[in-house]
Every structure is written in C-alpha cells, then in structure tokens.
Design a protein around this ligand. Structure first.
Ligand SMILES: NC(=O)c1ccc[n+]([C@@H]2O[C@H](COP(=O)([O-])OP(=O)(O)OC[C@H]3O[C@@H](n4cnc5c(N)ncnc54)[C@H](OP(=O)(O)O)[C@@H]3O)[C@@H](O)[C@H]2O)c1
Length: 302
C-alpha cells in the first residue's frame, strides 16, 4: 500500500509567496489553498471551526498584513492579523497534532549592525509591522513549540511585482531612477524559498523554532536594482537608462513607518540542519528575469 499523501493547507493564496508555495507543493501532496474569502484572519472566532472542519497534516501561513506603512496606519488590525490570528492557528495545530509553518520577517531586527543576524540575536523592531510580526513569532512558538517560524526578506518572484520588476519597467519607460543605497538585506526568490520549505516539510519535520531563509549575499535597493538592469540589458530589453541615483534612508520622506537599515540574516542554521546551501541572490534573480520574458515586461507597461 502506498503511503497516504501529505495534506497541505496554505493560507494567503492570493499573495506573492502563497501563490509560489501552492504551485510548488501541488506535486508533493494534496494541496488546499485558502484566500481571505475562505478565511478572514481578522475574524478570530472563525479560525478554530474552519481548521477543525478541514483535514490537513501541515498548515502554512504566509498570509498577513505585509505593508509596514499600512500596519503603521491600522495598528489594531495589524496586531490581530499578524499576532492574534497566528496564535490561534498555532493553538489549533497544537491541539490537533498538526505541523504549523509560519512566515515572519527580517524586520523583527532593528537593523543596527551590518554583520549577519542570527536566530539568537535580540529582536527590537523599529516599526509596528515588525512589532506585530515579532509578537506573532513569540505567540506561535508559545502555543506550538514544534512550529517552524521561517523569517524571510525582500521577496521577488513571478506572482507579485517587486523592486526589480518596478525598476526595469521604469527603465523601459525612460523615467529617472532612484533607490536607497544605505539599506541592505538579502533579496530572495520565492521559487527557491518554496523549494527550501518543501525540503523542510518532507525531509525535516523535526526542525522547529525561528529559522532564517534567504538567498546568499546582501544588497542595497540600489545594488538590487542595478543588477536587475544589468540582466535586463543582457536579455536585450530596450532600456532607456541603466543608471540608478542613490538615495539616503535617513533623508527619504516617502515612508510612513521607520525602516531598519541592515537586516541581512545568516542562513547558517538552515545549512547546518538540512544541508541546504542557498544560491547567490544574483543567480536567482537572473533565473527569475530570464523566465519572465521581454513580452511580459512590455505587457506590464500597457
Ligand atoms: N514580500 C516581502 O518582501 C517580505 C519580506 C519579509 C517578510 N515577508 C513575509 O512573508 C510572508 C509572505 O509575504 P508576501 O509578500 O507573499 O505577502 P503578500 O503578497 O502581501 O500576501 C499576503 C496575503 O495575506 C492576505 N491577507 C491579508 N490580510 C488578511 C486577512 N485578514 N485574512 C486573510 N488573509 C489576509 C492577503 O490577502 P488579499 O490578497 O486578499 O489582500 C495576501 O494575499 C508574510 O508573512 C510577510 O510578512 C515578506
């Protein structure tokens, strides 16, 4: 008799990571993906009955309020969705004996050091988004010590336009380009992240607690953008410019919420526990942009 397929429940199915995880995991088990319409996480009392009615072995939660500026403006709602709801999800998983994989962020750190942040470093969020995510981590692990809390940073991929897509689109239009040059983290391809999560789910069900997941290396927004333009030029896209003028984080006025300056995380624990060696972010970005054809860029402009 063949073993029963793993039943995987994914929240945030319309989000950038939720879509990537759903696509990747379909070949691994029986996947059910829920959007906000299936389960609104701000409706806390709906969480337990919905989960109890749905057969699953593993729950993945990439859903949440992910814009620091919106979290700053809607603080109570952000705390409910990013802290109280994950706590309820973890409590249910613990009671039902199911595995819970929750996603968090490099913004739990204050960004005050340029060396890599480890899972043991102190957390000190500088904005409400980071505070809600950190409190969510603590609540999840208190409710379900076997849960995995995957901290990720600067996601890019085909399911949601991010910094490299925006820079290339503007360079095709001939707009003047600027990007912050003194804020750093690790750009991370959702495709690679979905592979690591798959391996953690299938081969390492014992791994729990906070775990940093990201492509190797570090970049500022300016460096990330310049690398995207270099690859786009190699691909023959008709860029009107390949220059990005540097901006200073302290002088940037377009953010409502404070941003931590340096938040690149060490993935040594991931490698130690699983043998996974994330590839460099530049290589991952090249793969992503080559997969996104010139036609897709021209369509995104129309
Ligand atoms: N993107 C990044 O660069 C980045 C960096 C660090 C950490 N992370 C973390 O990685 C995870 C995934 O990020 P992402 O970029 O994939 O986020 P995303 O694209 O913003 O997706 C988040 C999803 O959560 C859903 N959601 C929001 N409020 C909800 C509610 N009340 N009930 C149910 N669903 C709700 C949204 O639904 P709707 O589609 O209906 O709005 C959206 O589909 C998050 O935990 C985030 O904090 C992301």
């Amino acid at each position: 008799m063949s073993p029963k397929p793993l039943r995987i429940l994914i929240l945030g199915s319309h989000g950038g990571l939720g879509k990537a995880l759903t696509r990747r995991l379909v070949g691994i088990g029986e996947v059910t993906s829920w959007s906000r319409a299936d389960l609104d996480l701000s409706q806390l009392d709906l969480i337990a009955p919905k989960l109890e009615a749905q057969p699953f072995d593993v729950l993945l939660n990439p859903a949440g309020m992910t814009s620091p500026d919106i979290c700053e403006a809607r603080q109570d709602e952000a705390m409910i969705v990013n802290m109280e709801a994950p706590e309820r999800l973890a409590t249910c998983c613990q009671r039902l004996g199911r595995r819970f994989i929750h996603f968090s962020t490099d913004y739990v750190f204050d960004g005050s050091k340029t060396a890599l942040w480890s899972e043991d470093d102190p957390t000190e969020p500088v904005n409400h988004y980071g505070k809600t995510k950190r409190e969510g981590e603590v609540a999840v692990l208190a409710a379900s010590p076997q849960a995995l809390v995957a901290r990720v940073s600067w996601l890019f991929g085909p399911d949601k336009p991010s910094h490299p897509d925006q820079i290339i689109t503007k360079a095709l239009e001939g707009s003047a380009l600027t990007a912050i040059a003194d804020k750093t983290s690790a750009p991370t391809f959702t495709h690679d992240l979905s592979d690591w999560i798959t391996k953690l789910m299938v081969d390492h069900p014992e791994v729990c607690g906070p775990l940093h997941l990201g492509n190797e290396g570090t970049a500022s927004w300016q460096e990330w953008g310049l690398e995207a333009l270099k690859i786009a030029e190699e691909m023959g896209l008709p860029l009107q410019t390949n220059r990005i003028e540097p901006l200073n984080l302290a002088e940037s006025t377009f953010f409502k919420a404070a941003r931590p300056p340096h938040t690149t995380m060490s993935t040594a624990r991931l490698t130690h526990l699983t043998g996974i060696q994330p590839r460099a972010w530049q290589e991952a970005l090249r793969d992503y942009l080559h997969g996104k054809t010139a036609l897709a860029f021209s369509l995104s402009r129309s």
